[in-house]
Design a protein around this ligand. Structure first.
Ligand code: ADP
Ligand code: MG
Length: 317
């Protein structure tokens, strides 16, 4: 850092919304689509034969992160939550809009750190910044609206599961939930299986991102695809920390996993294994989908008994 005087000057500059946009955010923006954030709106062409896949996810202080959380954590988590939705739909990131509620304690150093992490994330995911909105807020918040691309008609949905499909999940379950307590790396810097999601586009029948809790998210596939899912409790992939924790019910309902759960025909098992290996993704078959069964995911012990679950996932209200 430089002299105290310069710090003061930088603070002044930052409290100015326009300087924040033109000097800090604009270098991250897609010059062609967004005119470096120098206009009211961006104009974006959709490549021939493709469709936009659009999703938004926002993080609010005291709900999704502690009010004194580091800017890097908030930026990375915001990016990952949004990329996770695109991953589950088999989409390739295209561009995004950033909605920022700047809390009183988000000073210039904080915002600088945020912009830095955002810039790195945009590069990592090969995604453009197209615009956004910046406001003052009592509780800080940070949201993205992401736009991805898929070949026309190829977006993975929650509704395509077929009778007899296998149910899979990527990565391990429960680590985001466990890391939330101390903001450990699975929570702070998750890596959604983006490339694998694109590879699964023509292999999966239905897919969802696991963000509220595995059981609650599988319930969504059940309702949309009209059928039930039987999950083998023993098959749920756990990390070492998850196994040490030992409370499977808490881990499968905890949320913050940012993995993909999906269904696929049994005949695709081999090719899915090959794709998972290629993309260095842990992939586990955890159960089966049965059409027209009660629309619910059921966790079963080895003897087939249903394991009762109190709370199936996170709900805001
Ligand atoms: P308006 O008053 O017309 O809504 P703004 O002053 O809010 O315009 O925004 C000016 C430009 O800056 C727009 O292109 C907008 O998309 C961009 N912008 C504002 N806030 C952000 C942000 N947080 N992230 C990215 N772009 C932003
Ligand atoms: Mg505006």
């Amino acid at each position: 850092m430089t002299s105290h005087k310069q710090d003061d000057k930088q603070d002044d500059k930052l409290l100015d919304e326009f300087a924040f946009i033109t000097e800090w955010l604009s270098p991250l923006a897609d010059n062609k689509a967004a005119a470096r954030l120098g206009d009211d709106a961006a104009q974006v062409a959709v490549p021939d034969g493709h469709e936009l896949v659009i999703s938004t996810d926002m993080l609010v202080a005291n709900v999704h992160f502690p009010a004194d959380a580091k800017a890097t954590l908030i930026a990375n988590r915001m990016l990952a939550c949004n990329i996770s939705d695109l991953a589950a739909k088999g989409a390739q990131p295209y561009g995004c809009l950033l909605t920022l509620g700047v809390a009183e304690n988000w000073d210039s150093a904080f915002l600088q750190e945020f912009v830095q992490a955002l810039g790195e994330g945009l590069k990592t995911y090969d995604m453009q910044l197209w615009g956004g909105d910046t406001v003052r807020a009592r509780d800080g918040f940070a949201g993205l609206t992401v736009h991805g691309l898929v070949p026309q008609g190829e977006m993975l949905t929650r509704s395509g599961a077929q009778d007899g499909d296998d149910v899979y999940v990527t990565g391990s379950i429960g680590d985001g939930f466990l890391d939330l307590a101390d903001l450990g790396s699975a929570y702070a810097a998750p890596m959604p299986p983006l490339a694998f999601g694109q590879a699964a586009r023509n292999l999966a029948t239905a897919a969802i991102d696991v963000s509220d809790g595995l059981m609650a998210d599988l319930d969504h596939i059940c309702r949309a695809s009209v059928g039930g899912i039987d999950i083998e409790a023993n098959a749920i992939p756990l990390s070492e920390a998850g196994r040490a924790h030992g409370d499977l019910a808490a881990l499968v309902c905890g949320g913050d996993d940012l993995q993909i759960a999906f269904t696929a025909q049994p005949s695709h098992a081999d090719i899915l294994g090959i794709e998972a290996e290629k993309h260095r993704i842990a992939l586990t078959r955890i159960g089966k989908f049965t059409a027209n069964a009660a629309p619910k995911a059921i966790l079963r012990a080895e003897d087939g008994q249903e394991i009762a679950l109190q709370k199936r996932g996170f709900r805001h209200f």
